[in-house]
Design a protein around this ligand. Structure first.
Ligand code: GLY
Length: 366
């Protein structure tokens, strides 16, 4: 069991990581309760798996469980479900000092975080992420929100959880594809800020993906430490937090082109996006060719895609993909802020990237 702290003064919280059984959830939550009642929100797929267990855990801890079931999928991150959820919280008598539990993947965490931020001007919530991607990324750092008709995550706010509980045991029910998708965010941390972690992943990545407990816990712990350190320095992304977007400007354009569906999972888009960022860094003269070859090799060894051509979809032209990149939140003064690489473990942010190099790199990857 590992424990680490996200240092944010009065908003600081801990992340508990381990293969401890889910039945400890009642005891863990009790520490945050003013009265013996919780509001747990999840989606239909996750609840099919865990509803009975959750009911019995909270019953044993003598905690009344109010349960809300969302539909599975990205469309839950909408005004419709934000309204349903806030109505339900108010209708069931929640008070500011009560506790909401976001139990699920990134969609559940983002929506529930936002709903709790705006209900009664802020109700406490904790994150219990059930996908690898959510365990190493979206559950940590307080980004919450829903999608707008103009794009993904355009409505939201920073609202930190009171605690993050990572149960690695729940990953056993994930598909290999979902695990790999989460793993690409783990590799991202090594590439953007920790060469020793990247070296470790080269040796232990397969063990992480085969859910070897020790390796998995270590990989999640080290990822969360890197993210927690970055978030502690720049909670609201006015500067260095943008490093966490390595590969994401490319990835979001690819996902938007596909239509945010299962043809291209987020982590799959991220591995291609990181590769494109590395290629552009090399073509711009920021890093040498060994950097991108080493990254490509590790993605290949762990079954992650590195080229746009590997996705079974007919993508629009590089001009149109670049137009999609300009719709991202990371555009400032008409320029895209790119995360580029000097070496593995050393990323930096710049808006001085030649867009013709970006287009050529996209064309080369197709
Ligand atoms: N997922 C990037 C961030 O939390 O800033």
């Amino acid at each position: 069991m590992r424990d680490l702290k996200v240092n944010l003064e009065a908003r600081s919280y801990n992340i508990l990581i381990g293969d401890h059984p889910l039945k400890t959830i009642g005891v863990e939550c009790k520490k945050f309760l003013k009265r013996n009642e919780v509001w747990l929100i999840s989606d239909e797929n996750v609840l099919n798996e865990y509803k009975t267990e959750l009911n019995s855990c909270f019953k044993k801890s003598n905690i009344k469980l109010n349960l809300y079931e969302l539909p599975a999928g990205e469309h839950a991150k909408s005004f419709t479900f934000l309204e349903k959820l806030t109505d339900w919280l108010i209708d069931t008598g929640i008070e500011r000092g009560d506790l909401v539990i976001a139990f699920g993947g990134g969609v559940v965490g983002d929506l529930v975080g936002f709903a709790t931020a705006v209900t009664l001007r802020g109700v406490n919530f904790i994150q219990v992420p059930t996908t690898l991607l959510a365990q190493v990324d979206s559950s940590v750092g307080g980004k919450t929100g829903i999608n707008s008709k103009f794009g993904k995550n355009l409505i939201g706010c920073f609202y930190q959880p009171k605690h993050v509980l990572v149960y690695t045991d729940v990953l056993k029910t994930l598909s290999k594809r979902d695990l790999r998708s989460g793993y690409s965010e783990i590799i991202k941390y090594g590439i953007l800020g920790d060469i020793n972690f990247f070296n470790w992943l080269e040796k232990n990545g397969q063990k992480v993906l085969s859910l070897d407990n020790v390796s998995l816990e270590e990989a999640i712990f080290r990822s969360c430490i890197i993210k927690a350190d970055i978030v502690s320095l720049d909670e609201r992304e006015s500067g260095s937090r943008a490093l966490l977007n390595l590969g994401h400007t490319f990835a979001h354009a690819l996902e938007a082109a596909v239509g945010y569906n299962d043809r291209l999972l987020h982590g799959e888009a991220v591995s291609i996006g990181i590769m494109l960022a590395a290629e552009v860094s090399n073509r711009m003269g920021f890093c040498n060719i060994d950097v991108l070859e080493r990254i490509r090799k590790h993605f290949n060894n762990t079954g992650l895609k590195t080229c746009i051509s590997e996705v079974d979809f007919s993508f629009p032209s590089s001009d149109e993909l670049v137009n999609l990149m300009f719709k991202d939140k990371k555009v400032a003064n008409g320029l895209i802020n790119f995360v580029m690489l000097k070496s593995i473990g050393e990323a930096f942010i710049t808006n001085s990237v030649d867009m013709s190099v970006v287009k050529d790199t996209i064309d080369y990857s197709r």
